[in-house]
Design a protein around this ligand. Sequence first.
Ligand SMILES: *[C@@H]1O[C@H](CO)[C@@H](O)[C@H](O)[C@H]1NC(C)=O
Ligand SMILES: *[C@@H]1O[C@H](CO)[C@@H](O)[C@H](O)[C@H]1NC(C)=O
Ligand SMILES: *[C@@H]1O[C@H](CO)[C@@H](O)[C@H](O)[C@H]1NC(C)=O
Ligand SMILES: *[C@@H]1O[C@H](CO)[C@@H](O)[C@H](O)[C@H]1NC(C)=O
Length: 373
Amino acid sequence: MILSPLQSPQNQRKCAISAVGTLLFFGMVFYTQRFYLASEKPMPQRVYNEAMQPGNVPRDLPELVQQLWKPTLHPMNDTHFVSDEGYRYDIPKDAHRWSKPLGKKLLILDVDTRMNDGPGDLMNQNPLDHKNMTGRTGGWLDHQLYAMIHGYDYRLVRAPNYEGRHGTWVKVPMIKEALKTHEIVVFLDADAVFMYKHMPFEWLMSMWNFTPDTLVAMAEDPNSKRNRDHNGWVMWNTGFIVAQQSNRTQELFDVWDRCPTNEKYETCGHWDKDWAHEQAAFSNHVRYDYNATDELRVIPCMDGNGAPYIGDKKCGGVFIRHHWFHKDWPIRNLRDSILDLVVRRLHSHFHAEKQDYYLDAHKESYPLPDLQI
Ligand SMILES: *[C@@H]1O[C@H](CO)[C@@H](O)[C@H](O)[C@H]1NC(C)=O
Ligand SMILES: *[C@@H]1O[C@H](CO)[C@@H](O)[C@H](O)[C@H]1NC(C)=O
Ligand SMILES: *[C@@H]1O[C@H](CO)[C@@H](O)[C@H](O)[C@H]1NC(C)=O
Ligand SMILES: *[C@@H]1O[C@H](CO)[C@@H](O)[C@H](O)[C@H]1NC(C)=O
């Protein structure tokens, strides 16, 4: 992460605002923990619960979050990035540059047919204990946090069941619908997370050479036999989809959605329920028909799929990590992102205020002189 100096004569006011934000955010993250540590004694939980009821909470969280992350954002015009593992990434010289923030034109989209409201579920209105959230809550909050940081739009959609099809199919018609109102739609499965909250999505689009002519981009699956299509071409994973508004994209999603009807493709029918459902329909059929330059973009498995702990070391989930086998690990990612940011900001704030916060008196002797603490 890049931390810019927090203290300069010009931005002292901003700094004060950020400091208040830091404390509020820090307080929110740790209040629950303190509460449980102290739970030997009866605590006024009712009061705390009431304060955190949706109607009572101020609605300034997106602003606070943006302020908190702002000094850490990766500059849109920087062409390099080095990951925590030490991998170096460069935006190709001839790549289309998405240099203006897309703001609310970019939608981060979650879609699910299952919407529970038990303990730890997002839909449960009781204050959420971070130690008790479900994996899907963790993933969805991770996506919301990322959208807030960059000012993107966010939507969680509960989709109707798709009659006669496996549940994963619902993302196809839902992304198609979202593309009627948003220029760029970024869909993620609940078990996929953003590893670098400070990387603008525009930057990633530039790096992956997503151009104004690109309809859809997806990450490759690990290249194993099970993950190849009828031609032996590795499938693209539908757990992370970037789609761009256009008539041609609407057509593509329509063709994809109707694939199992066999009208256009004679052998697509069984993918309605057979694994890998919409993913196999796309890989075996649809992608062969959208092959003009730039129409489809494949994202390296390393960047947009898998995780470092899986067998295939070419699928390390560097930017988008996909926890297929550990559905509750998005919780860790969410926690790490928040803790990392808050701790770094606290630390850099301390250094910025060191003149006021720190007094080095170790060379004095007792009885102490007048120290002016
Ligand atoms: C990016 O833009 C900023 C502000 O316009 C400028 O100060 C900086 O030098 C630029 N950085 C690069 C790598 O071009
Ligand atoms: C935590 O979750 C478990 C089950 O997942 C539930 O029994 C328990 O009541 C929850 N605790 C809190 C404080 O929500
Ligand atoms: C897209 O389709 C709509 C409706 O069919 C049409 O009015 C519009 O001109 C088309 N846009 C482009 C750029 O072709
Ligand atoms: C693109 O797809 C069309 C229709 O499936 C096919 O006829 C054509 O040969 C393909 N072109 C390339 C370069 O693969």
